[in-house]
Design a protein around this ligand. Sequence first.
Ligand code: SF4
Length: 176
Amino acid sequence: MENAFIVFAILILVITLLIAYFLIRYAKVLGKRAGFDYKQVVYQDIREDGTLTRPLYARQYGLVGKPDWIIEENGSLIPIEDKPTSMNLYPSHIGQLMAYCFLIEEVYGLKPPHGKIRLSDRIEKIVYNERAREEVIRILRRMREDLKKDTIHPNHPDKNRCLSCKYLDICGETKR
Ligand code: SF4
């Protein structure tokens, strides 16, 4: 019985190590495709041992987020988002990336000069500056105000967006 338990424990350990190994390899391949060297990575979604990384948290603004990667580039911390199935750069991609730049500034005290988004066929570099920071703060303030309201209307007339939305069946504002 004891032997069976030891064999089982070893099996679990081997499986865990194999999963971690493949996750790390996958992250390295993605990193290469995203246009950076894996050695530059200072933060990633999945740690070397396969466990998930703690999200970045700006307490004062109630903002939490996990960039796919943060790399060190010429002394700056740069967030990188991976959108491998998207050919287009959408405002929501830019908003998400700017929020990560903001989080890095708040958590590490270092203002990233830009962030990067890897789309299916190219890498887009988006500048982060004081104006972008103010815009993130403005949107956070507006979201908090909206949360207090009984009804919030959508800010878009896009039927296609509704079609792929997980709230399609329960949202009373769905565009059809
Ligand atoms: S279904 Fe509702 S929540 Fe989803 S995108 Fe459309 S309007 Fe927005």
